[in-house]
Design a binder for this molecule. Sequence first.
Ligand SMILES: C[S@@+](CC[C@H](N)C(=O)[O-])C[C@H]1O[C@@H](n2cnc3c(N)ncnc32)[C@H](O)[C@@H]1O
Length: 193
Amino acid sequence: MRRFIVVGQTASASGDFSLDDLPGSSGRLDVLLRCVRAALLTSHGLRRDVVVYLVLQRGPRVVRLGGESLKFVRPDERSLATLVQKLLLRHDAADDRFVEQKPGLGVASAGLDWVLSDLGGAHPYVLEEGAPDARGHGLDESSAFFIGDHLGFDAATRSALAMIRAEPVSVGPVSLHSDDVVAIVSNELDRRR
Ligand SMILES: C[S@@+](CC[C@H](N)C(=O)[O-])C[C@H]1O[C@@H](n2cnc3c(N)ncnc32)[C@H](O)[C@@H]1O
């Protein structure tokens, strides 16, 4: 199982944003949703062996999308935003248990710690500009990849990832958008199959 964890420092955790102005009203949830598309969707299908976690640090809340049982996921940003907005609005923020509202789609009022407890032994990698090249590493399907948003990682996330000995790797010498990093890592893993 491939796992991608996208840490959103500013993305809305309440669902209170406008679908007509996602970048301007959602604290850049659009950055995270593009990662969902890159991780889970192929040209005509859904990757059944991928789990994506969106860590919404402003809550905190965690949205979990499990490709194994998800249904009817469309690739456009507005549809993905609608899916996540409904999930957040229907969820009781005081409930810190993980609640699966639809097959493969769930939410918890929790932060990075909850994600770490759900990784099931996957080897953790942190995607970082300037780190050793991922190509020289033994990435495999049972890895967990941590990716920052448009602001990168905050200090608390960095130290939590250092505590679990997440291995820093890069996907090349250029600083890329988060979703492009997810696409490149997915491609690296696809080629190793
Ligand atoms: C737009 S970048 C963040 C830029 C931010 N200004 C910073 O300094 O961290 C978003 C995320 O993509 C990942 N990323 C970007 N370029 C990368 C690269 N060449 N290799 C690995 N990860 C990269 C990192 O996880 C980063 O936090």
